[in-house]
Design a protein around this ligand. Structure first.
Ligand SMILES: [Fe+2]
Ligand SMILES: [Fe+2]
Length: 181
């Protein structure tokens, strides 16, 4: 009985550690997306620069929060870390090249997916106070990123729907993969 309790708590600790790794890599991916978009927005969407620069500062802060959680738990970064960096940067450059509309659609799609996962993680890891506090600490920022990008109110045509669903699926896939590495 005791043994079962011990192994259940080990499983919960491992799950929380895995989630911290995935979130840490994901935040690095977010930093990379905004880095790519900022680079391109200098030519294609100057008006979005202040917003993108502020988002990037937040994502760096989030990466530090999860990085500190990994250190505290004695865990190394996720194997998906460099995939998130490369994929995020490519997505940032690609959508940045397309201009303000594509940039904001990407932010909305990424942040919406991330927010859904964060809320689910909080329920899943309710027993792990530190994990829940790290995740709760970034929720407001992510909601703000989502809302300010959504507030630009670009009309969503066929292309927008395709881009939005491709970005959501890519974000889901990276999270799915990170949870299994
Ligand atoms: Fe973030
Ligand atoms: Fe964000």
């Amino acid at each position: 009985m005791k043994r079962e309790g011990f192994s259940a708590s080990m499983k919960a600790t491992n799950l929380a550690g895995r989630v911290m790794k995935v979130n840490h890599a994901g935040e690095h991916g977010a930093v990379s997306i905004y880095t790519g978009q900022i680079f391109m927005a200098r030519f294609t969407a100057k008006s979005l620069l202040p917003e993108l620069l502020a988002f990037k500062v937040d994502e760096e802060k989030h990466r530090t929060i999860f990085g500190n959680e990994l250190k505290r738990r004695g865990l190394s970064r996720c194997k998906s870390y460099w995939l998130c960096a490369a994929g995020g940067y490519a997505l940032g450059i690609g959508t940045g090249l397309l201009g303000a509309h594509a940039i904001s659609l990407t932010t909305v799609a990424v942040e919406r997916t991330v927010l859904r996962h964060l809320r689910h993680q909080i329920e899943l890891l309710a027993q792990d106070v530190e994990a829940v506090s790290a995740i709760s600490g970034i929720l407001n920022d992510e909601q703000e990123h989502h809302d300010s990008a959504a507030n630009h109110n670009y009309p969503i045509g066929m292309f927008g729907r395709i881009l939005s669903s491709a970005v959501s699926r890519a974000t889901e896939s990276v999270i799915w993969l990170g949870m299994r590495l």
